[in-house]
Structures are given as structure tokens and as C-alpha cells.
Design a protein around this ligand. Structure first.
Ligand code: HEM
Length: 489
């Protein structure tokens, strides 16, 4: 009995002792460390349990980010159903996001929804080591010597396309540029067979693949809905189209100067094996998905700004005039590369409107970040970590007067994007920075060089709003433009 009583007393003592310790620990965490304590979790967005975060998020991610950034600062967590998404907003807290190794922050888990579109055996369906080899094929396909040829194709395509416009008229610039960008992308990436013989068929198949990527697909990529069924059918048909093209090239020994050829000729270093037809198809689809909407959206925003800010239109025209005074009406990679005014206008349009508004990683290993105010937060393994170029590109402590169109902010002497690494994130950065950045610049600048040299233009619809509901975010509705052919003298 005595022994029982002393056991109970000891247990009680242990319980009280433990409770006191825990209380003291939590008091110490919240007071002694105050805002500077170590291992502090990020604040959590207030919401109705389970679906609250999802509802806030679905209403508009940027609206939510704006509100919560005001309330909670640059690091906070949103509970979305069973997931915890921690946002890191701005260069002070996002450098680990961009620089971390795959074993710490990885893409595969969060970008899985691309797998049924790209197909098996490529990009997010393979281990990191294989993906790195496949990205090496991309790098090879997009190196400067190849870009020089692609720019020649871009010039040809754009000249042919605009030669079909009348002497004057009104067009939906957004639709026109979408059509032109898919033509040039087809020529440079998919090859002359698709561009010259199969363009309609392949475009229709890509259209079905594209429509198969709905917001719902991010959470449930295999949901048996008609859009997903059409996507899967299109993926299969594309595989057979490319199998024929690849077979023909191989049997005839013909070699072309396009991305398709680079993928055909690529070999994995680890095993020495060549790419399969299905992998080649998947990589081409991935390239088109990475580069088509992003470039066409950017060419439309660049135009909308040039047409709204007359002083920049005039400067861009003046730049073309100066270039032509030096080299005539020739356009190639080196000439386009030197167009700084146009470059800065495009870069500024992209700062204000990055088409990829949210980038994500899965956190495998705890890490900590310190905000500008010196607050340190611990981000635990298991969280999804996200950042938003669309929001971070407009932070007033990074970019002066951030909502205004001011391409000169990138000019020598100001270079606001360079003050702190990862300030300008329209192309991501660090370990997974965009591999097609120069291709994108070349494509948009080539198109606008030809327009500036050949037309007077006027925006006749209101300045476009942003279509936040799109997967790749661009201008909403039509962007109507009146044009008149006028050769630059
Ligand atoms: C204006 C045009 C473009 C924009 C705004 C853009 C934007 C981006 C962004 C933000 C990322 C980073 C994604 C992340 O960190 O999760 C990225 C990655 C990538 N982009 Fe682009 N992109 C453009 C054009 C292109 C083009 C034309 C291609 C290829 C033809 C391309 C190929 C890629 C690839 C392969 C990656 C993955 C890199 C990696 O994960 O290591 N992009 N792009």
C-alpha cells in the first residue's frame, strides 16, 4: 500500500514537473526569444479548419498573399486541406528556395500533375539524376550556336506571318501573337516536318493536351473527366506522330537544326543509351509547355505597354532606326541581342506580369530563414514551400514605385534587380532557373522588332486586366490593336 502511494506520488510529481517544464519552455519560446527565438514556426493564416485555406487560395492566390503579407509578414503558412504550404516572399527569405539541393527542396512531388501531359519516363516522372541528364539535353538544344539558327527561323516565321496582314486593319493582338509563337516554336523545337506538313494536326493535339491541364488537374491529375480523356488520347497520338518523324529521320540519315534533332542525338552519360521515341516526344511536349504560353503572353504584355507608354514606343522605334542605320534591315541573333531598349521594356513587362505566378518545392529537410526584421523561422520537413514571382516582383523595398512601368529601372546606374540576389524572379533562378530565358527574349524581341519596323499601331481596347484564373497567367480578353503598314525609314 505504502509502495503504491509512493508510486502515485512520484507519478504525480513527474506529471506536474513535466507540465511546468513544458509551460516554462513555451513561455521561454514566446517571451525570451520573442520574435527572435530559434526554431519558431511561421505564423499560420487564419481560416476555417480543413477547407478554409483552400477557399482563400482559390478566391485568388495573389489577393490572399497581399492580405497575409500585410498581416503576417514575408513568411507564413497556409493550411490547404491536409497540406501546409509555407510562403517565402521576397529576396530576403527566398534564397534557399532557389538554391537548395534536390535532397532538401524538390520539385518532383509538387509538379507531379505534369506527368500525364508530358508522358512517362521524362522530367517529373524520373529520378533527379535522370532529370538532370534530360535538362542537359535542353541546355544543349538551347545553347547560343543553336539559338543563332532559331533566331533565323523566328525572323522568317514573323516576316511571313505579318506579310499576311493587310495595309491597315484591326486585330486581336493576343490571338495573333499566340498563333505566331506556336508557329515559331514548332519550327525551332518540333522541326520542319511538323511545321510544313503536320502543323494543323499537331496544333490540334497540343490544344487537347493544353485543355487537359485544368486547375483541378493539379490536385487530381487522373480524375476521369472528358478533358483528361482527350489529353490522354492526344498524348498517345503525338507519340505516334513523332515516332514516324523520328523513324524517317533515322532511316534517311537526315539531320536537322532543331530541338527535336538534339533530343534524337542525345545519350544518357550514366548508361550510354540513346533517348527513346517516347522520351523524345515527352521532352518536346515539356519544351512546348515551358515556352509557348510564357512567350506569347509576354509578347502581348510587352506590346500593351509599348502601345500605352508612347515615350517607350518612340525609344524602341528609335533603337530600330539606329540598328538599321548600322546593318540595314537584317535581323539575327547578334543584332537582336544588342537591342537594350526593347530588352528592358520586355523585362519590365515580365516583372509586372510573370506568367508563372507561383513556384513550389517539397521540403525534405528542415531549414530556417531570417526576415528583414531579424525574425528567424524554422520551416519543417513535410511542408510545401512556395514563392510568388508575381507578388515578390512588386515589393516596394526592392523595386522603386513597383506598380509603375519603368524599364529604366534596369538600366546601368540603377539596376534595381541586381541589388540583392533573387529580386527579379520572372524566370525563377538558382538551381532551377529557366533554361529557355534567352530563347524567350529572342522570340519576343524578334517579333516586336518586325512590328516596330513595319507598322504604326494603336491600342483600341482598354489596357488588359490580368486573368488570374489561367494556369499560365496572362492578359484577360481581347487586346485590340489598330495597325497601319508603314516602313521605317
Ligand atoms: C518568357 C518566357 C519564359 C518564362 C517567363 C519562363 C519562366 C520560367 C520559370 C519561372 C521557371 C522556374 C520554375 C521553377 O522554379 O519551378 C522556368 C523553368 C524552366 N523553363 Fe522557362 N520560361 C520561359 C520560356 C522558356 C522556354 C522558351 C523554354 C524552352 C524552350 C523554357 C524551358 C524551361 C525549363 C526546361 C525549365 C526547368 C529548369 C529546371 O527546373 O532546372 N522556358 N521557366
Amino acid at each position: 500500500m505504502e509502495a503504491d502511494r509512493s508510486t502515485v506520488a512520484a507519478a504525480l510529481l513527474l506529471l506536474v514537473g513535466t507540465t511546468c517544464c513544458l509551460w516554462l519552455l513555451s513561455w521561454w519560446r514566446s517571451s525570451s526569444g520573442g520574435s527572435r527565438s530559434r526554431n519558431r514556426l511561421p505564423p499560420v493564416v487564419d481560416s476555417v479548419p480543413i477547407v478554409g485555406g483552400l477557399l482563400k487560395f482559390v478566391k485568388g492566390p495573389i489577393v490572399m498573399l497581399r492580405q497575409e503579407y500585410q498581416r503576417l509578414g514575408s513568411v507564413f503558412t497556409v493550411n490547404i486541406v491536409t497540406r501546409k504550404i509555407t510562403f517565402l516572399i521576397g529576396p530576403d527569405v527566398s534564397s534557399h528556395f532557389y538554391k537548395a539541393q534536390e535532397s532538401e527542396l524538390s520539385q518532383k512531388e509538387v509538379y507531379q500533375f505534369n506527368v500525364p501531359t508530358f508522358g512517362p519516363g521524362v522530367v517529373f516522372d524520373v529520378d533527379y539524376s535522370v532529370r538532370m541528364e534530360q535538362f542537359r539535353f535542353f541546355t544543349e538544344a538551347l545553347k547560343v550556336s543553336r539559338l543563332k539558327t532559331y533566331v533565323d527561323y523566328m525572323v522568317e516565321e514573323a516576316q511571313l506571318f505579318f506579310s499576311k496582314w493587310g495595309d491597315e486593319g484591326e486585330v486581336d493582338l493576343k490571338e495573333e501573337l499566340e498563333r505566331l509563337i506556336i508557329l515559331t516554336a514548332s519550327r525551332c523545337l518540333l522541326g520542319s516536318e511538323v511545321r510544313n506538313q503536320l502543323f494543323e494536326d499537331v496544333s490540334n493535339l497540343f490544344h487537347d493536351l493544353d485543355n487537359g491541364m485544368q486547375p483541378i488537374s493539379v490536385l487530381f491529375p487522373y480524375l476521369p473527366i472528358p478533358a483528361h480523356r482527350r489529353r490522354d488520347r492526344a498524348r498517345k497520338e503525338l507519340a505516334s506522330v513523332f515516332a514516324k518523324i523520328i523513324g524517317n529521320r533515322k532511316s534517311s540519315g537526315r539531320s536537322e537544326t532543331d530541338m527535336l534533332q538534339v533530343f534524337i542525338d542525345s545519350k544518357y552519360r550514366a548508361t550510354g543509351r540513346s533517348t527513346t521515341e517516347d522520351e523524345i516526344t515527352g521532352l518536346l511536349i515539356a519544351a512546348l509547355f515551358a515556352g509557348q504560353h510564357t512567350s506569347s503572353i509576354t509578347s502581348t504584355w510587352t506590346g500593351a505597354y509599348l502601345l500605352t507608354y508612347k515615350n517607350y514606343w518612340d525609344s524602341a522605334v528609335e533603337e530600330q532606326r539606329n540598328v538599321m542605320a548600322k546593318v540595314g534591315d537584317k535581323l539575327d541573333y547578334d543584332i537582336v541581342s544588342e537591342m537594350d531598349v526593347l530588352h528592358r521594356c520586355m523585362k519590365e513587362a515580365l516583372r509586372l506580369h510573370p506568367p508563372l505566378i507561383m513556384l513550389m518545392r517539397y521540403c525534405h529537410k528542415d531549414f530556417s530563414v531570417t526576415t528583414r526584421d531579424g525574425v528567424e523561422y524554422n520551416i519543417p520537413a513535410g511542408h510545401i514551400v512556395a514563392t510568388s514571382p508575381a507578388f515578390a516582383n512588386r515589393l516596394p523595398h526592392v523595386f522603386k514605385d513597383p506598380d509603375s512601368f519603368d524599364p529604366e529601372r534596369f538600366a546601368p546606374g540603377r539596376e534595381e534587380d541586381k541589388a540583392v540576389p533573387f529580386s527579379y524572379t520572372s524566370f525563377g533562378g538558382g538551381r532551377h532557373g529557366c533554361l529557355g530565358e534567352t530563347f524567350g527574349y529572342m522570340q519576343v524581341k524578334t517579333v516586336w522588332s518586325i512590328l516596330l519596323r513595319n507598322f504604326e499601331m494603336e491600342l483600341v481596347s482598354p489596357f488588359p486586366e490580368i486573368d488570374w484564373n489561367a494556369m499560365v497567367v496572362g492578359p484577360k480578353g481581347k487586346v485590340m490593336v489598330r495597325y497601319k503598314r508603314k516602313l521605317l525609314a
